[in-house]
Design a protein around this ligand. Structure first.
Ligand SMILES: *Cc1c(COP(=O)(O)O)cnc(C)c1O
Length: 467
């Protein structure tokens, strides 16, 4: 059975089930698998013809073995990926010679987060049913995470979900994707404040859960939850196998915010998938690019951009990579993270560790003008409209490419219809909403507006939990 350990080396080892139900480790670290399953090229090659849901079982099962029954996992995965709007689940779109976009936006909320959150919701219900427990999900969102979490858990009997968003500061499509979902267990809270205030309230709530009724516990759905990363490893294998891997290597460019999606690519590589290049593509919130290019880690104030899903000041999952770079030495990492989180001085990595990071990753930061220009260029070249996040990935891919003979795959993280500001700024008409969302603008909304006051939020949650 797979065990999970904390990146800071001072918390108990947990099983998958325990990790699923836990946020941060007790020592403030993140959980990672104690051992990573390894596959030979021949083993990976033998998965070539599997449909997406069956490939997902191959990749995911070793991480959940002992906690989730094999057949039950397959049923969950069939249900999740059978519900996507494209039979191939994660189809490739070619945009140039040897250059591709991996379309990860065919799930219910049109962004890649559905891959993980659809699965996570069902796994939670499966585990909670057996434990005869109920939990409360609480999260803050500026857009994509909230809707994907709500869609992923709307059918869960043992989960109530409270999602906070900043009132009036989320695009209409994104707000409606949260507030129009039907379900007695879903609560949208619009906070009269900004995203950081909402986020701070969620963090404070995880720190002191006394406000919850009975034995209830809070569960995290942001990408510090290992179960999310695990599901995202699958599409690296899938895209590679579809382009002649693993017998030839691939390069990936990943629009990055919290470093979750690209960490999944790094995991795929550790598991044996030949990955020649991984590109960290950021917007002007470029803390990782500055670290990689100048060896200076310095947190700057958050900038709001036309790619809101990548607007982060700190990339939490980067700690998982640092853990490996520092040879899984928890004590050393706890010391380093202490300095990085103090946000006082500029922190540098040991030269040797930075060299290891640079061998694994390239990085590139893309500003708003370049993002819009890339949307226009690719449309002119191919007639294909990129969402702005994906455009950042394509731009970074083109700037950092090491070898033209290796297929370059940019992760297409969202559908452009979600990002009206960027589409309009690039001079395009808004594309039509996909079939299952055509009446989104007419659906009834359910939302509760609350002041940016922790006590008011706690009172609301306590009153509404498992009514
Ligand atoms: C969440 C998100 C990202 C960033 O993903 P991370 O795993 O946080 O790096 C990029 N693009 C879109 C559209 C997203 O929703």
């Amino acid at each position: 059975m797979m065990k999970y350990i904390s990146t800071r080396g001072n918390a108990p080892e947990l099983t998958f089930e325990e990790v699923l139900l836990t946020g941060l480790a007790e020592d403030g670290g993140l959980y990672v698998p104690k051992e990573v399953p390894q596959y030979t090229l021949a083993e990976i090659e033998s998965w070539r013809d599997l449909p997406y849901a069956e490939l997902a079982h191959k990749v995911i099962y070793p991480f959940v073995e002992g906690c989730v029954d094999s057949a039950a996992l397959q049923t969950i995965l069939n249900e999740v990926y059978g519900g996507f709007g494209h039979k191939a689940v994660a189809p490739l779109q070619q945009i140039d010679h040897n250059e591709y976009v991996l379309e990860l936006f065919h799930g219910p909320t049109l962004a890649f987060k559905d891959f993980a959150l659809q699965t996570l919701g069902r796994l939670l219900d499966y585990v909670l049913e057996r434990r005869h427990e109920k939990v409360v999900i609480m999260g803050a969102t500026s857009g994509d995470t909230g809707s994907a979490a709500i869609e992923g858990t709307k059918a869960c009997k043992n989960v109530d979900i409270f999602i906070l968003h900043p009132h009036g500061k989320v695009s209409e499509v994104q707000r409606r994707q949260m507030t129009t979902v039907k379900g007695d267990n879903i609560y949208n809270i619009a906070i009269e404040g900004n995203f950081d205030q909402a986020q701070d309230m969620v963090k404070a709530s995880f720190g002191d859960q006394a406000f919850l009724k009975g034995e209830r516990k809070l569960v995290a759905v942001n990408s510090i939850n290992w179960a999310r990363i695990m599901s995202q490893i699958v599409y690296y294998f899938y895209s590679s196998l579809n382009l002649g891997g693993p017998l030839r290597p691939m390069a990936y460019s990943v629009p990055t915010g919290n470093f979750g999606d690209i960490f999944a690519g790094y995991m795929a590589k550790k598991m044996g998938l030949p990955v020649e290049q991984l590109v960290i593509a950021t917007n002007s919130n470029d803390v990782l690019h500055r670290l990689m290019s100048k060896n200076q880690y310095e947190v700057h104030p958050l900038q709001h951009t036309i790619t809101p899903s990548m607007d982060i000041a700190v990339s939490s999952n980067f700690e998982r990579l640092l853990f490996d770079l520092y040879d899984r030495d928890g004590a050393q990492l706890a010391e380093l993270m202490g300095r990085m989180n103090a946000k006082k001085d500029v922190v540098s990595l040991d030269e040797e560790k930075l060299a290891k990071a640079r061998a694994l990753f390239d990085s590139f930061a893309v500003n708003e003008d370049e993002t819009v220009k890339t949307m226009q260029d690719v449309f002119e070249e191919t007639g294909y409209l990129l969402d702005p996040h994906t455009a950042i990935g394509v731009k970074a891919a083109r700037e950092t490419r090491r070898n033209q003979n290796i297929p370059m795959i940019t992760l297409g993280t969202a559908h452009p219809v979600k990002f009206e500001d960027a589409v309009k700024r690039a001079g395009f008409e808004m594309p039509a909403l996909p079939h299952h969302l055509t009446d989104l603008m007419d659906r009834e909304e359910r939302v509760n507006v609350l002041p940016a006051d922790l006590e008011a939020v706690h009172k609301f949650i306590a009153e509404n939990t498992f009514k």
